[in-house]
Design a protein around this ligand. Structure first.
Ligand code: 4AZ
Length: 400
């Protein structure tokens, strides 16, 4: 649950700790992820290391992930958001695919991230419980040489006690230390949900949460494994059933690790992204179903660009639609409101399929002493004919 926070080698070693650690072996095959073993090179080519851009995988690995499509990586939302829940910029991390030993990048495939899509209902409660802890990373270039891992779309592989495997470069010790260079694997079991929920004080919810571990606390994922895969291996192709999310510590007796349950998101949220096609989209911006021409500067009630009279200290909202008429997926780079009295209350999704439509909401919250406030709304997309669109909205203020 520790978001991007540990940095291999960034620890200031004192003479004393240097002296002590010189007698301790580096994480060995006996003490893995926690309680696992070294993976066999080549077994998990679709495994992804999320690495601080500009650093080597051995020094900058912060999370795991899984290649689930030629341009898509599934990871944990908490790996790509900051403490305030804001998504980090796509340039903060690189994806490294097909690594085994983090110090040997010979067969590694490095990709930049061009878009990050955090699940719209991702949240953390006051106890640190994470909900819908999943995010999709859209890579700048496809990976054609690796077969992605299949995603679970139902409960086939997650019955109570089912055997599943977790892999990662995370901590090998319960106190969250000992980061190995070699990929580790551990076999764990799906936990009975009710039993897990009692251990977690009733904080778990069946849809978002999939508990797995060893009842005796012998094996578990830990800090640094976040975002990585929990998968079924029984009979042929592996199937991704969970994303490493959080835990009450690591490998505590009776307290399983908690994974984001992939089947909850498989058909409704993940697959639609994998199915997107890319080409030139054609965007129409609409208010109340009426097209708002680019650079429109005459606010009117008909198309929602004129807000009603609003008292200072109150707010009013208006929604707009982005219709993607043809071609490929529409990608929204930004929606912004200038000035202080208007803000983007609800952002549109990053991707809108060809032929589809999406919505965003602008809020008017008068912060001006004037009777009438105008501002420019900016919509930046990958529409090749008009990548940056604008329109003017106006609000009227009733002063107190
Ligand atoms: C973490 O801090 C973390 N035992 C990840 C997984 C687990 C615990 C902690 C599961 O990122």
């Amino acid at each position: 649950m520790n978001p991007p926070s540990h940095y291999r080698g960034a620890i200031v070693l004192t003479i004393v700790s240097l002296f002590i650690t010189s007698f301790l072996p580096k994480a060995s095959a006996q003490e893995s992820i926690i309680g696992g073993n070294d993976a066999t090179p080549g077994d998990y080519p679709w495994m992804v290391a999320l690495v601080d851009k500009g650093r080597s995988p051995a020094s900058g690995q912060i999370c795991g992930g899984s290649l689930i499509g030629e341009r898509w990586v599934l990871t944990a939302a908490h790996c790509v958001t900051n403490g305030q829940g804001q998504t980090v910029g796509p340039g903060k991390y690189d994806c490294w695919i097909n690594l085994h030993d983090l110090t040997d990048t010979t067969n590694g495939i490095q990709r930049s991230i061009s878009k990050i899509v955090v699940h719209p209902n991702f949240r953390e409660d006051q106890f640190g419980t994470l909900y819908n802890d999943v995010a999709l990373l859209f890579l700048d270039t496809p990976v054609n040489t690796i077969t992605p891992i299949d995603i679970a779309v139902d409960g086939t592989h997650t019955a109570d006690d089912a055997l599943v495997r977790v892999i990662g470069w995370g901590a090998t010790r319960r106190n969250g230390s000992g980061f190995p260079d070699i990929l580790k694997e551990a076999d764990v079991n799906i936990f009975n949900f009710g039993r897990a929920n009692r251990a977690y004080f009733g904080d778990l919810v069946r849809g978002p949460h999939l508990p797995a571990g060893k009842g005796d606390g012998s094996k578990d994922s830990c800090q640094g494994d976040s975002g990585g895969p929990l998968f079924a291996t029984n009979g042929g192709n592996p199937v991704l059933v969970g994303v490493v999310s959080f835990g009450n510590g690591c490998a505590q007796r009776g307290e399983p690790g908690i994974y984001a349950r992939v089947s909850t998101y498989g058909t409704s949220w993940i697959q639609p992204h994998l199915d997107l096609t890319f080409g030139d989209p054609e965007l129409n911006v609409l208010g109340r179903g009426i097209e708002i021409p680019n650079a429109d500067s005459s606010p009117s009630r008909a198309d929602n660009t004129l807000f009603g009279v609003t008292r200072q200290g109150r707010s009013s909202n208006k929604s707009y639609h982005l219709a993607n008429l043809s071609g490929g997926a529409l990608i929204v780079n930004a929606v912004a409101a200038r000035g202080r009295s208007f803000s983007v209350k609800r952002k549109p999704p990053v991707f809108t399929a060809a032929g589809g439509s999406s919505a965003f909401t602008i809020q008017f919250n008068p912060r001006s002493r004037r009777k009438s406030v105008r501002t420019r709304i900016i919509v930046a997309t990958n529409d090749p004919t008009t990548p940056v669109r604008t329109f003017i909205v106006r609000g009227r203020v009733r002063r107190r």
